[in-house]
Design a protein around this ligand. Structure first.
Ligand SMILES: [Zn+2]
Ligand SMILES: [Zn+2]
Length: 345
């Protein structure tokens, strides 16, 4: 497999981010990211202006972040070339993105932040819809805002990655539950804006892009390498996002490249995001680049754990399985699910 590491959910100066797309791409390249998925609020103007494509060694793809007329229910839409009408309700835009064969992710689904009146929470409230492709399971901005208090404000601003704990239990449980019904891809998001923030007499930038690009990363596993052909590479990245053949890491706690999780029965093997028949037994295996605490999660419950570089678990029980890896108390890697089924259909 070819592994490509990128950052998803980025705001540029087309909406409330603070830098231009070429500048942001240069910063991403300086910290070895391979791709960026931009999602400015309610606009695809950067796509129309020709910003999609290779910026030297970084592939820039442009989608947008949709909200409803009350500015609630934020939704990331990719793989589309036209913005939808602005007055749609959340169920309407989820459906329309799906009908146009776009790719849709629910943004910050369980956000509860409350530290700044200016930045209220924007949780998802329309769980009756089911035509979305995935959800953000880990959003740096949401988690940071949720952890913020008057007392720790300075510390949080000075080291914005340090206090990240990991995806919330509420979101993980929701994701596991949804995934038991159908494929729901979990992605990592940084939701980077690089807000200028006034602290007494100073104005400082919360979350410079460069710092955020070294936090929550999404690692795509592709069958073929990218070839610097925008249309083909765009297709490959979006297909990997659709299939869920990916994992999420927090780079703050180490380079997670080469992490793998797969399942094998006597006939074949299945990578992350796929299904495999388990009737006659399946070996689930994970490999991490350094010793750490590895957990195997089945249908939302941790069923096995090991400290080291490898995990092995044999089972014939159907369900959705994923892996979490921790370094000390720090959440580091989250894979997407592998589905074990009784029969091939
Ligand atoms: Zn949002
Ligand atoms: Zn956003």
């Amino acid at each position: 497999m070819e592994e490509y590491v990128g950052a998803i959910h980025i705001h540029s100066d087309y909406s409330d981010g603070s830098k231009s797309i070429p500048e942001i791409a240069r910063i991403a390249q300086s910290v070895n990211l391979d791709f960026l998925l931009f999602a400015d609020h309610m606009t695809l103007q950067p796509l129309y202006d020709g910003h999609e494509g290779w910026h030297d060694r970084v592939l820039v793809l442009i989608g947008y972040e949709i909200n409803d007329p009350e500015n609630m229910n934020h939704y990331l839409a990719f793989d589309i070339d036209k913005v939808l009408a602005r007055d749609l309700t959340a169920p309407e835009y989820v459906r329309q993105i799906h009908q146009r064969k776009g790719l849709g992710f629910i943004a910050h689904p369980d956000e509860i932040r409350h530290a700044f009146d200016k930045y209220p929470p924007y949780p998802w409230t329309h769980w009756e819809v089911d035509e979305f492709d995935g959800i953000e399971i880990w959003n740096h901005m949401s988690e940071w805002m949720e952890g913020l208090t008057r007392a720790n404000r300075l510390k949080m601003i000075l080291s914005p990655r340090k206090l990240l704990k990991g995806p919330t239990d509420v979101t993980l449980q929701r994701w596991d539950q949804l995934s038991s019904q159908r494929k729901v891809v979990g992605i990592g998001a940084i939701d980077v804006h690089a807000y200028p923030y006034r602290l007494g007499p100073f104005t400082i930038v919360i979350f410079p892009y460069k710092i955020q690009f070294q936090s929550i990363r999404t690692h795509l596993l592709l069958a073929q390498p990218l070839i610097q052909d925008v249309q083909k590479d765009r297709r490959a990245v979006y297909d990997a996002l659709r299939s869920g053949n990916l994992f999420i890491s927090n780079y703050r706690w180490g380079e997670a490249k080469t992490f793998r999780f797969w399942a094998e029965n006597k006939d074949r093997w299945a990578e992350i995001g796929r299904s495999i028949v388990c009737r006659e037994g399946v070996d689930l295996r994970a490999w991490v680049p350094v010793d750490c605490q590895i957990y195997l999660v089945k249908d939302g419950r941790r069923i096995a754990e090991v400290f080291g570089k490898e995990m092995f678990h044999r089972t014939d029980l159907p369900g959705v399985y994923r892996v979490e890896a921790f370094r000390g108390k720090h959440a580091w890697i989250y894979s997407n699910h592998i589905r074990l089924t009784i029969s091939a259909d």
